[in-house]
Design a protein around this ligand. Structure first.
Ligand code: ZN
Ligand code: ZN
Length: 404
């Protein structure tokens, strides 16, 4: 008896869990791994699981799926819609939904493992399947690495992963080179000297310093980055002061930065630091501002050679024209830490989850942005078929391509 993919998916969809709380999901994963006779270890990076299929000599292929849901109230109206709630890290009770499709990723990976176990006489090598927590925090893959997943399991020769996306079902989107942007979250603390609002000359005003800094930061992308390149500098949060007649001692800025590669990252970070320090100096600050990187996601860069191989394999398996270039996404992913840490190639592709007829109608009327819900929307709802089957098959085809 094989895995009932539809039942598995709808069950996971009904019971989403927040990042680093994926214990029920992990329990379902380990039940299936046990039934398939696949060895595994759990609680790696808190709620992560890694499993291994050893099948003779050959390359080591890592397949990765992420497991977490999001604090979103589901509004799809589906029979299997989530009504789950969870407690977020601040202690707040929030609705939870698989609004990014990670339930689809878990289902597809379990389905693929079943096929690969049942066809062991057709391939040789080693498969490591990683069920990763907390992708939405950008923290799960690093948590698993910190917990030794790369040493406790055979190290990869290649890392493969996939994400369901609002392309027509049956279509696979993959781009050679940068597939998704890198991003950093920064906190900048500007240090002034507090005092009475009536005596500004006896203070160093961090509010004015912050205002000048925010405006000057906006010249990085407009004046210093090549207009043909992609970069984002967003100041998403600014806090200083409690009362009109007190000049506070400090101001805090929170920044979100995006760029396509490590070179651009280094360049923008250097410019941000230069502007922040120079504005503090222009204000006569006596203490250097502090700049901390709170989280950092590398660019998701698809290995050129491996992506070309995989594109041919997908076209051969699913038919010519299945694979499209979806362009670079400004969103970010933490999957590439596994490949970066191991120093091996990565291929991360997207597969469609939208009813092709609905997609075609929206395309014809120019209403894709309005009519096709994207990941993280309360209306995000991949069609079950053929999304489930293509998700399973894509992983099998990809794994087989890089195994012997
Ligand atoms: Zn997401
Ligand atoms: Zn996602």
């Amino acid at each position: 008896m094989g895995i009932d993919l539809e039942a598995l998916y709808t069950d996971l969809h009904r019971h989403p869990e927040l990042s680093f709380q994926e214990t029920r999901t992990a329990g379902i994963v380990t039940q299936h791994l046990t039934a398939l006779g696949i060895e595994f270890e759990e609680q790696i990076g808190r709620t992560g699981i890694a499993s291994v299929i050893r099948n003779g000599d050959g390359p080591v292929v890592w397949l990765r799926a992420d497991m977490d849901g999001l604090p979103v109230e589901e509004r799809t109206g589906l029979a299997y819609a989530s009504t789950a709630r969870g407690i977020d890290p601040s202690g707040t009770d929030v609705p939870v939904m698989h609004a990014c499709g990670h339930d689809m990723h878990v289902t597809a990976l379990l389905g693929a493992l079943e096929t690969l176990v049942n066809t062991k006489d057709e391939w040789s090598g080693t498969i490591v399947a990683v069920f990763q927590p907390a992708e939405e925090y950008g923290a799960g893959s690093q948590a698993m690495i910190a917990d030794g997943v790369l040493d406790r399991f055979p190290r990869p020769d290649i890392v493969l992963g996939q994400h369901v996306t609002p392309l027509p079902a049956g279509t696979i989107g993959v781009r050679s080179g940068t597939q998704m942007a890198a991003s950093d979250g920064l906190t900048v603390t500007l240090l002034g000297r507090g005092g009475h609002g009536s005596r500004p000359h006896s203070t160093i005003d961090p509010v004015v310093m912050a205002a000048a800094t925010v405006m000057r930061l906006q010249t990085i992308v407009s004046r210093e980055v090549d207009p043909r390149d992609v970069a984002v500098v967003t100041v998403g949060s600014i806090h200083a002061g409690l009362k009109n007649n007190i000049i506070p001692a400090e101001a805090k800025l929170e920044l979100s930065l995006r760029y396509p590669d490590d070179e651009a990252r280094a360049s923008v970070l250097e410019k941000v630091e230069r502007v922040v320090r120079a504005e503090a100096q222009a204000s006569g600050a006596e203490q250097e501002p502090t700049i901390t990187i709170d989280h950092s996601l590398p660019p998701t860069i698809n290995d050129v050679h491996s992506t070309a191989r995989l594109t041919l394999a997908f076209d051969a398996a699913f038919g010519e024209g299945t694979v499209v270039d979806p362009g670079m996404f400004t969103g970010s992913e933490d999957v590439s830490w596994f490949a970066r840490e191991a120093g091996v190639p990565l291929v991360f592709w997207f597969w469609g989850g939208v009813d092709p007829a609905i997609y075609a109608a929206a395309l014809a009327s120019g209403t894709i942005a309005r009519d096709i819900p994207t990941n993280h929307s309360p209306f995000f709802a991949p069609v079950l078929h053929p999304t489930l089957e293509v998700g399973v098959e894509a992983l099998v085809v990809a794994a087989r391509e890089f195994l012997d």
